[in-house]
Design a protein around this ligand. Structure first.
Ligand code: GDP
Length: 399
């Protein structure tokens, strides 16, 4: 992602400039320090999403679906229970604790006017609000939306449980899913207009099937509305609901390879060769582990996907090709995988360390190579292979 200077509350642009400068001057320690700073800044970006609506509207189920959890998973928000808590309840994403979904009590539950309600739930901290209803939106929802707007925050209407509506309509002879969706959406929009919202954004969603209906559209809209520095946080935490999301994740991860490769090369500049390999491999293990998590290819994510979709875990694993997916990523495993990448031997040959290979093996020759080109290409190759696995798993589970 590009962090442009117009969107630089977090100082991304200035750090990026400093990195480029240090790289140009071939000042590896300075580049490494600045890159670490940039990565820390990124890790510390939080996304606070407020989910509100009447009790029973489907807030908890939506919160769980967004996190890829089953309602009975450990750490899942309890669903189907009458609201007991009067306080906003934070739910953390299992892989990205910086992405927090806040289950807010319904405004009707608290019986506060909209402005007191927003103050009570601490409206400043939320990046945006999602107002959920299982049928028509009511006056309370509209009052809340208007107050959110007055507070200069964004809101989106989600009409939940669309699978129920579709299933009921399906019994009719002239059933058309497309027409049913249009009718429900128009009805919601008309209702909201009647209550005073000019051009409401309404998304029809089933929390049991996020890959269907309007959830993808909701994601695109949020992505467009969010400031640039928050987009990656939203993207990484979004389940793989379509091939496009997987492609976007790949792009986001790819854009950072140059930084990792620079860092890794800086590690290789340590004058003790044995040590440099360890430093280097540890860094690459960290990066590759991040990839696997972003694509949901780690064992816990695959198990959750299996539980949510009913596709057996073994069937999901069967379409995976990369040995790095559905595995515990260790230095040994990573070096083995790298050594087996088709083009690595050629790359190393081009780097003129090939004459060492018969004696010390490819992984070590790699570690000895101090240029960042090889690391750059290795990460790109690994990322490509994991992306392909993610696409295959998606197709198997939901395609
Ligand atoms: P909350 O009180 O707003 O948190 O609502 P819950 O998430 O507990 O949901 C209330 C009930 O609606 C539960 O029985 C859920 O299983 C059900 N529900 C929630 N979302 C959906 C959905 O998208 N489709 C269907 N069919 N049922 C849903």
């Amino acid at each position: 992602t590009l962090h442009t200077s117009t969107d630089d509350q977090f100082g991304f642009a200035s750090v990026t400039e400093e990195i480029n400068e240090a790289v140009l001057k071939n000042d590896q320690p300075a580049a490494a320090a600045r890159i670490n700073e940039l990565m820390m800044k990124e890790k510390n970006i939080t996304l606070n999403i407020a989910i509100t609506g009447e009790s029973g509207a489907g807030k908890s189920t939506f919160v769980n679906a967004l996190r890829g959890l089953c309602d009975d998973d450990e750490g899942a928000a309890p669903t189907g229970v009458t609201e007991s808590s009067m306080d906003p309840k934070p739910h953390f994403h299992p892989d990205y604790p910086n992405v927090i979904l806040w289950d807010l009590p319904g405004i009707g539950t608290l019986k506060y006017p909209a402005d007191s309600y927003l103050r009570y739930v601490g409206f400043e901290k939320y990046d945006f609000f999602i107002i959920i209803a299982a049928a028509r939106f009511k006056e309370n929802d509209v009052k809340l939306a208007q107050e959110i707007q007055r507070m200069k925050k964004k809101f989106y209407f989600v009409r939940s449980k669309i699978d129920n509506d579709i299933n009921a309509e399906r019994r009719k002879r002239d059933f058309s899913a497309e027409r049913t969706l249009t009718e429900i959406r128009d009805d919601c929009v008309k209702g909201l207009r009647g209550l005073g919202i000019e051009s409401p954004q309404v998304f029809l969603v089933s929390s049991f099937e996020l890959h269907l209906y309007h959830f993808s559209l909701l994601h695109e809209t949020l992505d467009r509305d969010l400031p640039a520095h928050k987009r990656d946080a939203l993207l990484c935490a979004t389940p793989n609901i379509n091939p496009e999301i997987i492609r976007k994740k790949k792009q986001a991860l790819k854009s950072k390879i140059k930084y990792w490769a620079t860092l890794s090369a800086a590690g290789a500049a340590v004058p003790v060769p044995g040590l440099s390999i360890v430093v280097d491999a540890a860094l690459l293990v960290g990066v590759v582990t991040d990839y696997v998590h972003a694509f949901g290819l780690d064992i816990p994510s695959l198990k959750r996907l299996s539980a949510r979709t009913g596709v057996p875990y073994a069937d999901l694993c069967a379409v995976i090709i990369s040995p790095l997916a559905a595995a515990n990523i260790t230095t040994e495993l990573l070096l083995k995988v790298i050594a087996q990448l088709e083009s690595v031997a050629a790359l190393i040959a081009a780097e003129k360390v090939f004459r060492w290979i018969p004696f010390i093996g490819i992984p070590i020759a790699m570690g000895l190579s101090s240029t960042k080109t090889i690391k750059d290409q290795i990460l790109n190759l690994i990322l490509d292979k994991l992306t392909e696995d993610a696409q295959r798993v998606f197709k198997k589970a939901l395609g």
